[in-house]
Design a protein around this ligand. Sequence first.
Ligand code: SAM
Length: 203
Amino acid sequence: MTSDYWDGIYRTKDRTDVSWYESEPRHSQSLIRQYAVSSMSVVDVGGGASDLAVALLADGFDDVTVVDISPSAIEYFSGLPIKTVVADVREWLPGRHFDLWHDRAVGHFMTSPDDQSRYVGTLRRVLSPVGVAIIEGFAADGPESCSGLPVHRGFPTWVSEAIGDDFRMAAAGTYEHLTPWSSSQNFEWVVLVRQGADDTIRP
Ligand SMILES: C[S@@+](CC[C@H](N)C(=O)[O-])C[C@H]1O[C@@H](n2cnc3c(N)ncnc32)[C@H](O)[C@@H]1O
């Protein structure tokens, strides 16, 4: 799961010609409308060249950051009032907190205990003491791999169990994603609300 691997994908393929592409990020946007308000700062981790950040601007959010390991992916946002960061979510150390963490299909690449613990460490460090995390990934009956890499099916549920008692699961569910070539992929999602315990490690 290297930067070169992902950057190669975004350099050689149109952003609309990848399995995870959505012409409208309806599902994520709807969850964010339900569980966040536009005064909240948002980070879309592994956001790639998804239109979610653009949709959030249209919804009135004005502090939106996309973090991705691929520099080519986030070039998509150049010229827009969206902050971009090239970083690996497993070791990202921003000098600030975010009120809303959104992840669609990057956490599910965390297949080793080490990667999983680093992902959860970043989430805990980055999220505000009263923040909300929305995590989406392949469901237990979803595909075994994504973009040629193995995935941890059921990752969102796993995070909800592993993250700690200072988080409450506010909601969870599943949906079907259709790839641009109409293959069906079952996703699951969770909404985790932090209970205000300020044990974050200040960056
Ligand atoms: C399956 S795509 C999902 C993109 C976007 N979230 C969406 O739903 O359209 C996974 C994304 O995660 C990025 N990525 C993969 N590993 C990463 C890592 N360790 N840290 C940050 N980004 C990563 C990839 O470059 C890619 O943009």
